[in-house]
Design a protein around this ligand. Structure first.
Ligand SMILES: [Ca+2]
Ligand SMILES: [Ca+2]
Ligand SMILES: [Ca+2]
Length: 958
């Protein structure tokens, strides 16, 4: 049956939350708490109220509902639930059952069925010396054959004697869609004018729910009800069935207009997501209705918006604000880990526009049921703004937690101020109920009670809050480091700190010890520098006799003589704290242990004064706005001359040829028209492949550049001067080591950062260069003999008979870097093999390398082709490639090509006087990377003259 949801609505969410949070210590004392335990299984603590009884005895009590408590004698039931009263003592088991509901119903009113009626499901106090209401929402009236679940409430006198019983659904139409399952008492509220009590029957009208406002004891006043108190016009209640209207209730007087009574009622199942209704009474002719003025809509499906709510003025502007719990809220983003939300409506527009008021949303941990309970806590920290508490009973792995939020001017603080954990006290489902806004120990600060579903209740007391007024004055507060004797270390500063304290109440005047600590130049020190101020006695304590008494301490500080940073101000701070044991606040009205004060957490405990440097060279504004400029160029530095010739550029980018010892980066820094650049420096970062080799200064420079270079030589920090003056200029060279550049590197970047502590935004500069490798191979050739003679010889295939052999020697020299493995070269030889009639001229016999080693050449068929005559091709020229790999000639290579001149007769060259026979020889690189180049290397070789000839003619083979 649906009634069950009112009992332990939420046991689905017992598991799942591992996000433990640890409470920040603030002024709710988590040590000197009070604990009240009830009978196991009685749900002692399901509801709570703080009550201040004035007569017959002035005493404050904590009222604790235990809806599963055993029946009292005479109740004719086993388990009825009940209400306990507990004194605020350190005893945990001194709560007493209040005798309620012990009388039988009057004749004709049917039979009271109290078994499992949940007495104590809700309890509320009207205020000091006023009434209390306690309810049993599952009370049944058995009349004839009907078992009506009407629910009912008891109004108690301020001394907790039962005064009256209220069952507004009694004697009404009793069908399910009317009042037979009213379930009055899930919630109740007193109006702020103290005349009325507000009840709800969430089960009325088929669980649409209804709200009723009725006079407490002045029966000249009218009662009001949604749908009219006489006509029961369900249709006038703008909700659907199963909305559970009245699950939570409160009242306000400054919500829509000043001093106008309104009722706030939560309907957590309305419109699927939950809604809150703002209602006000309306009297018209015979009608006495509660009419809906506004409906606040919940955030999402089944969020149970309106499960709890509380009216309070968080920003102390005189307008009521509203806090609404939506404990089953979850984010569509499952990863967000959100479970439960609280909507805080700050009444920003003086009561207007509630339909459009945007709430601020607080969210809890996943599955924590954050917002299941919300309560006004009063002004816990006594800063003038009401604060509130939010229960999240399934937080912290089912232990539960209570989050405290503070009101403030204009708004409220959205960061929780303190978190109370059930786990600390080994209490599960802690935070299920809350009651506060009453000072139980007379220290002037309201205290907070937290209930659980595990039969334990804790009461936290608020500690007094101390605010310390602080001042700090430096004398002098400005120094001219250059002018006075600071450089000798004689600059003395006096720092005078003064302290006084205030707290609440004004009668609380402990002799307070305050610890103070002086610090200076913290950020500069954090950045790895030495503090620019020297002082002793940086901490100590003082005693303030009473509130408002001021105490000052002077301290001498000295400016260091070797201070480098003479520009940025030096902050000097003093911070305060209380010692571990401060004198506790004496309590006149309570026998409870006195509590020690805490410092006001909302106030900064540290104040700062600044010591300024005067910089006359930076103009009247004392702000140094520098204008540092940097020019750079890659160049080749002559070690002995003060010159550096710019490197060749390709596509506008300088080209580095590795291996050069003189590659340098020329840097020129200027400060044209700028104010002094304090602590000016250049930070250069070099690639590992192109580290710094050394720094060379221009001898005539009047700026002394000093560079710190790291071990890997990839970072240099060069100090340019402190200050680098207006219109100063400096040039220096960063000599680079190009030995580590490899063929895979095609370009290199050096980043150059100019820095100063003066005011200037300087962009990083990237000096970019390309890397080209240049091979410098040379080929020389020699023909031996240089001249041959032809003679007539008969046709014969024998080599020796063809003609006199000629040997061509080729020498290849590597004038540059070793080729190693990154390139291979080819020697291309072209020689005149035959004339255009296909007659032999030079016949290639063999190719040998140094020391007669063989060298692979192609085409191989060209070597002594007559040995394979059928393969001889007839063309004008032949090319044989010597594919000697680069490794073959590491420095100098030598190979020989044996050639032979053909028989003159056979060739019919006899008419010629002589022949000039020319070989073209060149080197080329085999497939290789784009940034490897060969310096041009080719040659023409040899003149073979013919001594027997008379006519001058030349033979050109091409
Ligand atoms: Ca307000
Ligand atoms: Ca406050
Ligand atoms: Ca207190």
């Amino acid at each position: 049956m649906e009634l069950k949801i009112f009992a332990l609505l939420l046991n689905l969410w017992l598991f799942g939350n591992l996000n433990l949070q640890y409470g920040s210590a603030f002024n709710l004392d988590d040590t000197n708490f009070l604990r009240k335990n009830g009978e196991a299984g009685s749900l002692f603590g399901y509801s709570l109220a703080m009550h201040h009884q004035l007569k017959p005895k002035d005493q404050q009590l904590l009222l604790i509902g235990a809806p599963h408590a055993k029946a009292l004698p005479g109740q004719k039931a086993n388990r009825t639930g009940g209400l306990y009263r507990c004194k605020f003592t350190t005893e945990s088991d001194d709560c007493e059952r209040i005798p309620i509901d012990t009388e039988d119903s009057r004749p004709g009113q049917g039979l009271d069925h109290r078994e499992n009626q949940w007495m104590g499901v809700h309890v509320k106090s009207q205020g000091p010396g006023e009434k209390v209401v306690v309810c049993a929402h599952r009370y049944q009236q058995w009349i004839h054959s009907n078992q009506l679940v009407l629910g009912r409430c008891f109004i108690l006198e301020q001394n907790l004697i039962v005064e009256d019983t209220r069952t507004f659904c009694r004697n009404r139409p009793s069908s399910k869609d009317q009042f037979g399952y009213c379930q009055q008492g899930v919630s109740a509220a007193f109006t702020k004018d103290k005349n009325y009590i507000v009840f709800s029957g969430p089960g009325a009208y088929d669980w649409k729910g209804t709200i009723r406002v009725e006079p407490i004891d002045n029966f000249l006043l009218d009662s009001y009800e949604t749908g009219d108190q006489n006509e029961f016009s369900e249709g006038n209640i703008p909700l659907t069935l199963s909305s559970y209207l009245g699950f939570a209730l409160d009242s306000g007087t400054n919500l829509l207009q000043k001093d106008e009574q309104v009722i706030l009622a939560g309907a957590p199942r309305s419109n699927l997501s939950g809604e809150v209704l703002i209602l006000k009474p309306k009297a018209e002719e015979d009608q006495r209705s509660l009419i809906v003025t506004h409906i606040l809509h919940g955030p999402g499906l089944a969020s149970s918006f309106g499960y709890s709510l509380s009216v309070m003025d968080l920003n102390a502007d005189g307008w009521d604000d509203l806090v609404v719990g939506a404990p089953q809220y979850s984010s569509t983003d499952m990863e967000a880990g959100i479970g439960g939300a609280v909507y805080v409506y700050i009444n920003r527009r003086d009561g207007r526009d509630w339909d459009r008021l945007q709430p601020d949303i607080l969210t809890g941990n996943k599955d924590s049921m954050f917002g299941l309970a919300v309560a006004k806590a009063g002004d816990i920290n006594h800063d003038g703004y009401d604060d509130f508490a939010v229960g999240a009973p399934y937080d912290s792995d089912g232990y539960g937690a209570v989050y405290i939020y503070l009101g403030k001017t204009g708004h409220f603080l959205q960061k929780d101020y303190q978190v109370l954990q059930g786990e600390t006290h080994n209490i599960k489902l802690f935070g299920y109920s809350l009651a506060g806004n009453m000072d139980i120990d007379g220290n002037g600060y309201p205290d907070l009670a937290v209930g659980s579903l595990s039969d334990s209740v804790l009461v936290y007391r608020a500690k007094p809050v101390i605010s310390i007024e602080k001042s700090l004055k430096l004398t002098p507060s400005e120094i001219d480091f250059e002018k006075i004797d600071c450089q000798k270390g004689h600059c003395l500063i006096t720092a005078e700190s003064c302290f006084s304290y205030t707290t609440y109440p004004t009668t609380y005047n402990p002799k307070l010890q305050i610890l103070y600590k002086l610090t200076a130049d913290e950020q500069w020190v954090q950045e790895g520098h030495q503090s620019r101020l020297v002082f002793r006695n940086d901490e100590g304590n003082i005693v303030l006799e009473k509130q408002g008494e001021k105490h000052c301490i002077p301290r001498r500080l000295r400016v260091r003589a070797n201070t480098e940073n003479k520009l940025t101000e030096i902050p000097v701070s003093v911070s305060v704290s209380l010692p571990q044991h401060s004198p506790p606040q004496m309590l006149s009205r309570s026998s409870l242990p006195a509590l020690q004060p805490v410092l006001n957490d909302l106030q900064t405990q540290k104040i700062t004064a600044k010591l300024m440097f005067l910089n006359p060279d930076c103009g009247g504004d004392n702000i140094c706005q520098s204008n540092l400029q940097l020019q750079y160029s890659f160049c080749s530095k002559d070690q002995h001359l003060d010159s550096c010739s710019p490197l060749a550029r390709e596509d506008g980018v300088a080209v580095i040829f590795p291996g050069s010892e003189n590659t340098a980066l020329k840097i020129t820094v200027t400060n044209p028209g700028g104010d002094d650049a304090h602590l000016a420096q250049l930070v250069a970062n070099f690639p590992e492949s192109l580290p710094l080799s050394s720094v060379i200064h221009k001898p005539d420079s009047n700026v002394n550049v000093q560079c710190d270079v790291d071990e890997s030589k990839t970072r240099a920090e060069c100090n340019l001067g402190n200050p680098f003056k207006r219109n100063a200029e400096v040039t220096f060279y960063l000599l680079l080591n190009s030995d580590r550049l490899t063929a895979s590197i095609t370009d290199v970047n050096v980043t150059l950062n100019l820095q100063t502590i003066s005011v200037q935004n300087i962009s990083e500069i990237i000096a970019e260069a390309q890397v080209f490798f240049e091979l410098y191979l040379q080929v020389f050739g020699l023909a031996k003999p240089s001249q041959v003679y032809y003679q007539e010889i008969k046709k014969n295939k024998s080599d020796e008979l063809i003609g006199e052999p000629v040997q061509y020697d080729f020498t290849i020299s590597n004038m540059g870097r070793p080729l190693k493995s990154f390139a291979s070269a080819t020697l291309n030889i072209q020689w005149p093999k035959e004339n255009n009639e296909g007659k032999w001229l030079l016949y290639l016999m063999k190719i040998t390398g140094p020391n007669n080693q063989s060298i692979p050449c192609s085409p191989a068929s060209e070597i002594s082709p007559l040995d394979h005559a059928q393969e001889v091709m007839s063309r004008g020229k032949r090319q044989a490639e010597n594919e000697a790999k680069a490794s073959a000639f590491s420095a100098d290579g030598l190979l020989s090509l044996f050639g032979s001149k053909r028989h003159y007769k056979y060739l019919e060259y006899s008419s010629l006087n002589y022949l000039d026979i020319v070989l073209n020889v060149s080197l080329s690189l085999n497939e290789t990377q784009k940034n490897i180049r060969l310096r041009e290397s080719q040659t023409q070789l040899g003149c073979l003259g013919c001594g027997m000839c008379t006519e001058e003619k030349k033979y050109h083979p091409y």
